[in-house]
Design a protein around this ligand. Structure first.
Ligand code: PMP
Length: 454
């Protein structure tokens, strides 16, 4: 059994025993206690709220999730890229407890407080671009994207919005329209918000195009089907999350940004999944040399507390009139305290370097597996946001059945992995940056075994 230093991984908040950093299965999954809880879930919670891992979680930290039966699973998902600093980072735990004891809520729109302003100042400083910026806080990634579109529409006086193939932006009405994939996100839930158009993405593994050629294709389609004069904003994930960790070819994003600038269109980077050190830079946009007009963030921002933000050029952010932005809970003080602690960790605990190191382990090991196994068509991503795309080696056709079988086998062996991709044939790796190298490597050993057996 390996015990990891509490400062690096997060312990129980009351100073209880450090969570053992080990994969340990004492039952098959789900164990009896988890099975009992999940049976109650089936009775009490609608089927629409599905789950991937058949356990009931009771604790998490470092690189493991503990279930109600005492099973300890290696976490390569971070609750979908949220617990980047870890699930119980000591700084976050302390900040949350201290703030909860002071006050839990006043509503920032009624009685403002300093921590919200400090989070805004930090985001204005940390996001790409040295121009004057402002930040508004919300509760979820979807809400941030909705508000970014509202702001862009008010600023430009135009209504159309372009999103891209394979894009994912949320499950609210406007963000369902922006999201590309029908099942399970949209099917049967329409009608969707109007004035949303879709453009082709650069997908090097499947389109074989240079960034410049892919951008030219997208721009021509936008000009012909929408018209720049009608377009308020382009919304794009610099590296796609749910769509399959697609990294656009070099030059694609800068060409889209340049076209937006030339046509008075607001360029919105959705960094809800790729932001906050995950890709080995504070924001993925930096790796493509782009400075978005607006950037949406959430997930990794607050160490697991619900918080989201829109940050961008001050003159665009100020287009919305007083009272036009906000919400009862947006920028909740406990979430802001957590965000300030998480940002402290990102900036001062070497987490950007940690994401790069994790990325090199993931990249090396997954590429080695690819060399021996032609069913791995592509290894891609950046830092601790890396994925493998499974294909039929003969035809290159997506192999969702294989991805699903391998992911299920990993989970049954005590390693949490998530699938993604329009075709469901991608396994993505999003470990918390607090995971130890040993545990990460053990998780990848389990993946290799699952792949060999599949
Ligand atoms: N945008 C992106 C890029 C995302 O990955 C997600 C969540 N997976 C969202 C928006 C929506 O965020 P939320 O689930 O917090 O509403």
């Amino acid at each position: 059994m390996t015990l990891i230093d509490s400062d690096a991984t997060g312990t129980t908040p009351t100073g209880g025993p450090t969570l053992a950093q080990e994969r340990r299965l004492v039952t098959s999954l789900p164990g009896p206690r988890s099975a009992e809880i999940l049976a109650r879930k089936a009775e009490a919670v609608p089927v629409g709220v599905a789950h991937t891992v058949p356990i009931a979680a009771v604790a998490a930290g470092g690189g493991v999730v503990l279930d109600a039966d005492g099973n300890s699973l290696i976490d390569l998902g971070s609750g979908i890229a949220v617990t980047t600093v870890g699930s119980a980072h000591p700084k976050v735990v302390a900040a949350v407890a201290a703030q909860a004891a002071q006050f839990t809520h006043t509503c920032f729109m009624i009685s403002p407080y300093e921590s919200y302003i400090e989070v805004a100042e930090a985001l204005n400083r940390l996001t790409p671009g040295t121009f004057a910026k402002k930040t508004a806080l919300f509760n979820s990634g979807s809400e941030a994207v909705e508000n970014a579109v509202k702001i862009a529409r008010k600023h430009t006086g135009r209504s159309a919005v372009v999103a891209f193939d394979h894009g994912y932006h949320g499950r609210t009405n406007l963000t369902m329209a922006l999201t590309a994939k029908s099942m399970p996100y949209k099917s049967g839930f329409g009608p969707f918000a109007p004035e949303v158009y879709r453009a082709p993405l650069s997908y090097p593994f499947r389109d074989g195009l240079s960034g410049a050629d892919a951008a030219a294709l997208a721009i021509t389609q936008i000009e012909k089907q929408v018209g720049a004069e009608n377009l308020a904003a382009v919304v794009i994930e610099p590296i796609q999350g749910e769509g399959g960790f697609i990294v656009p070819a070099d030059g694609f994003l800068p060409a889209i940004v340049e076209w937006c600038r030339a046509n008075g269109v607001v360029f919105i980077a959705d960094e809800v999944q790729s932001g906050f050190a995950r890709t080995g830079t504070m924001f993925a946009s930096e790796q493509f040399g782009i400075e978005p007009d607006l950037i949406t963030t959430a997930k990794g921002i607050a160490g697991g507390l619900p918080l989201a933000a829109v940050t961008g050029r001050a003159e665009i952010m100020d287009a919305a009139h007083a009272g036009g932005l906000g919400g009862t809970y947006g920028g909740n003080p406990i979430a802001c305290a957590a965000a300030l602690a998480a940002i402290d960790a990102f900036e001062n605990d070497g987490l950007i370097e940690r994401a790069q190191h994790i990325g090199s382990i993931l990249g090396d090991r997954l590429r080695a597996m690819q060399t021996d196994d032609p069913r791995i068509g592509d290894v891609r991503g950046r830092g601790a946001m890396t994925a493998i795309e499974f294909v039929d080696p003969e035809t290159n056709a997506p192999d969702a059945a294989l991805a699903g079988a391998v992911a299920r086998a990993c989970i049954q062996s005590g390693v949490i992995v998530l699938t993604c991709g329009t075709y469901g044939n991608v396994i993505r790796f999003l470990p918390p940056l607090s995971i130890g190298d040993d545990l990460l490597n053990e998780g990848l050993d389990v993946l290799a075994d699952a792949l060999a057996a599949a």
